[in-house]
Design a protein around this ligand. Structure first.
Ligand SMILES: Cc1cc2nc3c(=O)[nH]c(=O)nc-3n(C[C@H](O)[C@H](O)[C@H](O)COP(=O)(O)OP(=O)(O)OC[C@H]3O[C@@H](n4cnc5c(N)ncnc54)[C@H](O)[C@@H]3O)c2cc1C
Length: 423
């Protein structure tokens, strides 16, 4: 870039974590950036994630961390290595938001919400000269290769930037902005897109009337849920037509794939994961002394009313023999018959496959167009892995765009010492 020539211009479409991070990297390197978003304000899904405390990333060992991306791990590894969980924490601290590691190893900002972080970030981006074109809905490309947007007045805006970063998100919670309508715009240009499916979502099952009327909204705590050799401890919540919650989300990819394949999937719930079958059978072997079955189970096995109802739901005639009853308590079968819809899922599986992209996240069929964030075909459980990958791919796509344009990137520097102090 000669000092006299105008700076190159990049269009970032989508102002979520991935797009804003790409805008920051580009803006720091002297690129004139415009962020286009169809919504009247930016980062709406990030703000929604903040309602749950904003689990930014996870503190576990890096090698374990990358396995969370399953089949997409080989493609994502170099990008997460280049923008690691500790870099994300340092970046957050650099915006005045201290972070901490929760008891589960998850990382949160101390403010436990996203709004102060987003506010400080947008101010920083404005300082870098990043422009925001809100209420601009991307409609694809015209015959001359211009990006086309419709603005709030219904008018058409056409622009031809030097580089384009697509960061339009997945298709969950469409009212927050990401509705997945980009899939058609890309397939029209001959780009393969893996169909968008719910990830980290609830499941449906036909509860009895008793379960529905008495336990809807009730959490099952400290259970261990298992399916297909994997076990997740945590909370599950009964809904009117099924089950959701952190422990369910942890198994949701496997359960979803099994239901798609077989029509149903049987989850097993260990209601007393801290007790061995023998220890539990011993407790259940004490005389009942005229107690009702519910009172006996509550006292001898410390089961909650919901736990007892789940037992009855799976076996209306409970086994009388202590060892058999203990086996049931430690593996209550629950047959799930469907997945909850994509619009209420935490995240989206499917998207632009890595085979359509080069190692810099540029579309092979559309040179100069890069893809970042949840638009890409990867999925991961909750625990901070979603935001980490959104941020890291935003950095990678921007660096790819800089390399493509032959612009040296101003390396992002983080105050790692400050991040370490907070750990
Ligand atoms: C309830 C909830 C809680 C969550 N909690 C966490 C959490 O604690 N930790 C975690 O790691 N992850 C969490 N996530 C997931 C995380 O928020 C997402 O993975 C992340 O926001 C994805 O970032 P993104 O930039 O790829 O997409 P998005 O954040 O979805 O941003 C995409 C942007 O593109 C814009 N856009 C879409 N289509 C168009 C168009 N045609 N024209 C113009 N603009 C368009 C949208 O308006 C949006 O602003 C949560 C998600 C939900 C729904």
């Amino acid at each position: 870039m000669s000092p006299l020539s105008p700076p190159p211009h990049a269009a970032v479409i989508g102002g979520g974590p991935a797009g804003l991070m790409a805008a920051e990297v580009l803006g720091r390197s002297g690129v004139a950036v415009t962020v286009y978003d169809r919504m009247p304000s930016l980062g709406r899904k990030l703000l929604m994630a903040g309602r749950g405390g904003l689990n930014l990333t996870h503190s576990e060992d890096f090698e374990r961390f990358v396995t969370r991306y399953a089949q997409a791990a080989p493609a994502l590894r170099p990008m997460i290595q280049a923008f690691r969980p500790e870099d994300l924490r340092a970046w957050c601290e650099g915006l005045g938001q201290e972070t901490f590691v929760g008891s589960s190893g998850r990382v949160f900002p101390k403010a436990f919400k996203a709004s102060p972080l987003l506010r400080a970030w947008l101010t920083r981006l404005e300082g870098l000269g990043v422009r925001f074109a809100l209420r601009h809905r991307w409609q694809g490309w015209d015959g001359e290769g211009n990006l086309v947007f419709t603005d709030s007045s219904g008018g058409t805006v056409a622009v031809k930037p030097d580089a384009t970063i697509l960061a339009l998100g997945g298709a969950s919670w469409p009212r927050l902005g990401s509705d997945g309508s980009w899939t058609e715009l890309l397939t029209r240009r001959g780009i393969a897109v893996t169909s968008l499916r719910p990830a980290n979502m609830g499941f449906t099952l036909p509860w009895s009337e008793v379960m529905r009327s008495r336990f809807e909204g009730e959490p099952l705590k400290r259970a261990a849920l298992s399916f297909d050799g994997a076990t997740v401890r945590g909370e599950a919540i009964v809904t009117a037509d099924g089950i959701e919650g952190g422990a369910v989300y942890g198994l949701s990819a496997r359960l979803r794939d099994a239901i798609e394949r077989d029509g149903s999937a049987t989850l097993t719930i260990d209601l007393r994961p801290d007790l061995s079958p023998d220890a539990l059978a011993k407790r259940l072997g004490v005389p009942r002394r005229g107690q009702s079955a519910s009172t006996f189970l509550r006292k001898a096995a410390s089961l909650s009313p919901l736990g007892i109802a789940l037992l009855r739901e799976s076996a209306p005639a409970l086994p009388g023999e202590p060892a058999a009853l203990a086996r049931l308590i430690k593996a209550v079968p629950l047959t799930l018959t469907g997945t909850k819809s994509l619009d209420r899922a935490i995240s989206t599986a499917g998207g632009v496959p890595f085979s359509e992209l080069d190692g810099r996240l540029m579309l092979r069929r559309l040179p100069g167009v890069f893809v970042a964030g949840e638009m890409l075909d990867w999925e991961a459980p909750t625990g901070g892995y979603l935001l980490q990958a959104a941020f890291a791919t935003g950095v990678a796509a921007a660096k790819g765009a800089l390399a493509h344009a032959g612009i040296p990137d101003a390396a992002l520097t983080f105050d790692l010492a400050s991040a370490t102090r907070q750990a």
